[in-house]
Design a protein around this ligand. Structure first.
Ligand code: GLN
Length: 283
């Protein structure tokens, strides 16, 4: 079978489940991963014969996509903030909105002393901590997560991206203190309410780790309250707390931070949803 024939049969089935553009982009990512060919090379070598082994890989990937498995799981990796990250069922696939949170922190630190201590709570794949470490070589970066399996992935990602991070396995809800001072604390904790599951995509519902995503309907800000309390004690005067937040709970989450004595700023993401919150501890 030639690559053109393969593409035709791959797309014919996938467009039943995905928009044409997305199906096309899946094919591009897979040819890159399995054949080492860019889109451009594929266009130039339309008649190239695909081996049985490679055909089997495409067939398996197609079936997994038809079962709604995230492409990042099939490839075993994704890109975030221009870096490569391994992903699996054990961690949340990094989202583009989260890149905006990382950028906000870097922008704020632009004119400041970067020899700081920074903590990421609920690090998952490590995408936030690692992107920050890569861009703040003088900073000392700490990251914690409740899941040992997530930490394994995060450690591997730190190693692959050649940064040093101090990882710790901890359940933040059980902590009474953070144990040291920090200049910056960042967290993208679970914030999706059970009631929101009805609107979620099957790829997220079926394949992404519930521990990283869901909170109870009757206490959706549980992580924010706990982290705000810990951060109020551990941050240095003028220290900053950054959160990714539930788009439907922007004003409530902001109010909560104000109750803990933070000066706040709420921001929307590229999609126009409330997604980020900053709290500054008074000096
Ligand atoms: N933004 C993620 C989603 O929509 C949720 C991330 C989180 O709960 N921290 O799936």
């Amino acid at each position: 079978m030639t690559i053109t024939e393969l593409k035709r049969s791959f797309l014919a089935e996938l467009i039943k489940e995905y928009p044409c553009e997305e199906a096309n982009s899946f094919f591009g990512l897979l040819t890159e991963a399995y054949l080492g060919m860019s889109r451009f090379q594929v266009a130039l070598q339309r008649e190239k014969e695909i081996s049985e082994t490679d055909l089997a890989k495409f067939k398996s990937a197609k079936q997994r996509l038809l079962d709604q498995e995230p492409i990042q799981h099939i490839l075993g990796k994704t890109e975030f903030f221009g870096l490569h990250f391994q992903v699996s069922k054990k961690v949340l696939v990094p989202r583009p909105e989260t890149e905006e949170l990382v950028q906000w922190i870097l922008d704020d630190l632009e004119s400041e002393n970067k020899k700081i201590q920074l903590l990421d709570i609920g690090a998952g794949s490590g995408c936030i901590a690692i992107s920050l470490a890569k861009n703040l070589p003088e900073a000392e970066i700490f990251a914690m997560d409740i899941s040992a399996q997530a930490l394994e992935t995060a450690m591997l990602n730190a190693e692959n991206n050649k940064v040093v991070i101090n990882f710790a396995e901890k359940d933040v809800l059980k902590l009474e203190e953070l144990g040291q001072d920090f200049n910056v604390i960042v967290s993208n904790p679970p914030y999706v309410r059970e009631l929101e599951k009805a609107d979620m995509q099957p790829n997220v519902l079926r394949y992404e780790p519930g521990t990283a995503l869901y909170v109870k309907d009757d206490d959706p800000l549980v992580f924010y309250r706990k982290i705000a309390g810990l951060a109020q004690k551990a941050l240095v005067p003028g220290g900053k707390l950054y959160f990714e937040i539930n788009q439907y709970l922007g004003p409530e989450t902001e109010k909560l931070l104000q109750e803990y004595g933070f000066k706040t700023e709420l921001r929307k993401d590229i999609y126009g949803n409330f997604r980020m919150l900053k709290g500054v501890k008074e000096t």
